[in-house]
Structures are given as structure tokens and as C-alpha cells.
Design a protein. Structure first.
Length: 277
């Protein structure tokens, strides 16, 4: 199996060109290749397939083999892959995901994609759509017990489920302990990605993320989008925000007139290889 390892702000996946033939045992392969000691090492596996509904399909798996609907960092890398490896010559493309069709603008320098702007669609705020097992029209600044501590959360769906928690001390957060308490909480029937956020000013926030099925990652694109939506809903920031993650910065805009979230960020190739196991 020929592969390319790529990352968006350190959120790394193994990418495989399956345009001509789909992979049958993808969940099993995802677990094997993601292992950072016995495999290639990644946050998961992303397959690039042909699509009848869009230019390409992104089929994504977490490191534990579970299927995921969408990944903002991953889809930027898909855009870079299909352009840089000659699968398309278009700089505006569409990608089919389990979260719907996403539209990408590819920013090219010297024949290679260096940044990608993604139309991430409209945020989902109704709890049943995220999903969160609470009643009401939205989940904004709602208390939640995680272990013995009470937090305040805001729920946002970006094609996958997110809950956003604001705090002052990100460095002191024991995310290995707290993250799983949110991920597996009874409120989240499909588990959840949790963003822990410190607001620096009205145009700049910092975040750490615990992703379901993968643990803490260096970046999460859909998570950064959910964070900005949550910030705006709580009156904490403007509509365009720089989100600083452990892996770097993303530019996020929620156009509330269109009700569309836009994400702009880099995509990089790490190396290519062949998996023979």
C-alpha cells in the first residue's frame, strides 16, 4: 500500500489514493498504521476516493479505527494531495464527506498548494443535531459535571460533535484525565470532541483539543471552527478570529449573514512510503 503522510498544523494522517479502487479493510488498517511505535504513526487514516456527488470523496478513520464524519485539517490536506499529485488541475474543488459536500479554494505557489480555504458549512446548534442529550434550541454556557468538577459548556456541530469549555489555565489542564470524562459523558451519545479555550482578546483565542478516538491532537480544524462559533455565541470575540493551537494558527470566520464558517490554514507533506505489512 503506497501512502503519503501529511499534516495540517501537526494533525497528521496517512493518506492513500483509492480513486481507482476502494480499500475494504480500512478500519483495521487505520489502527495498524496509526500506531506510533509499531506502525507509521498518525492520528488516523484518510482515503481519497472517487465520487459521483463531488470531485472526490474523503473517507476518514480515527486512530482507534472508528469512522469520523469530517476533519478540517484533513480536508485541507486532501485538497493539497489531489492538486499536487495531479489528480486535478482545478483550484476550486468539492469534497464529499459524511458531513456533506465541502468546497475548497486552493492557494497555489510555485505549482504547489500551501494554504487552503474551506467552506465548512453552517454550524449546528440544536442539541439533537450535534448530538447532545439535552433539551432546548441550543446548548450555550450550560453546566456539566465531568468527574467531580463542574464546567460550563457550549455545544456546536460542525458535521461532527463538539463541546467548548472556556478556562483561564490551559497549561495546567490535565487533559489526559479530563478529556475522556467529556468524550464518554452520558450527554454525548456519539461521544464528543472537546475544546478547552482561553480567550486572549476579541480577535485571538488559544485552545487545546481532546478528539474522540484519538486523544489530544496538535490541531483540530472543525474544533477551531466550533470554538469561534462558541466564542461569538457567548459574546467573547468578533466574527473573524485567529485560533492558536499547539500546532500553529488557523484563521476562522463565521459569516453570520450567510451562516457559513470559513477556515483557512496550511497543509504539508511529511513523507511518502509503502506499507508492506
Amino acid at each position: 500500500m503506497k501512502f503519503t503522510k501529511m499534516h495540517g498544523l501537526g494533525n497528521d494522517y496517512i493518506y492513500v489514493n483509492c480513486v481507482d479502487k476502494k480499500m475494504e479493510n480500512a478500519s483495521e488498517v487505520a489502527v495498524l498504521v496509526s500506531d506510533r511505535h509499531l506502525g507509521i504513526g498518525s492520528d488516523g487514516l484518510i482515503l481519497i476516493n472517487s465520487s459521483d456527488a463531488a470531485d472526490f470523496e474523503m473517507e476518514m478513520y480515527n486512530a482507534d479505527g472508528s469512522r469520523s464524519e469530517m476533519c478540517g485539517n484533513g480536508i485541507r490536506c486532501v485538497g493539497k494531495y489531489v492538486y499536487d499529485y495531479g489528480l486535478t488541475d482545478k483550484t476550486q474543488i468539492s469534497i464529499e464527506t459524511l458531513a456533506g459536500i465541502k468546497y475548497l479554494d486552493l492557494m497555489v505557489e510555485n505549482g504547489k498548494v500551501h494554504k487552503v480555504r474551506v467552506n465548512m458549512g453552517s454550524p449546528i446548534l440544536k442539541p439533537e443535531g450535534i448530538p447532545i442529550a439535552l433539551e432546548g434550541d441550543s446548548v450555550i454556557d450550560v453546566p456539566i459535571m465531568a468527574g467531580e468538577a463542574e464546567y460550563r459548556m457550549t455545544g456546536v456541530g460542525m458535521g461532527n460533535p463538539h463541546t467548548v469549555v472556556f478556562m483561564e489555565d490551559l497549561d495546567g489542564l490535565d487533559i489526559e484525565k479530563t478529556g475522556p470524562l467529556f468524550e464518554n459523558h452520558i450527554y454525548f451519545p456519539n461521544r464528543v470532541n472537546t475544546e478547552f479555550v482561553k480567550v486572549l482578546d476579541r480577535k485571538h483565542v488559544q485552545m487545546r483539543v481532546w478528539e474522540r478516538g484519538s486523544g489530544e491532537t496538535r490541531a483540530c480544524g472543525t474544533g477551531a471552527c466550533a470554538v469561534v462559533v462558541a466564542c461569538i455565541l457567548n459574546g467573547l470575540t468578533e466574527d473573524e478570529v485567529t485560533v492558536t493551537l499547539p500546532g500553529g494558527d488557523l484563521q476562522i470566520q463565521w459569516d453570520r449573514k450567510e451562516d457559513i464558517v470559513y477556515m483557512t490554514g496550511p497543509a504539508e507533506v511529511v513523507f511518502e512510503g509503502e506499507w508492506k505489512r
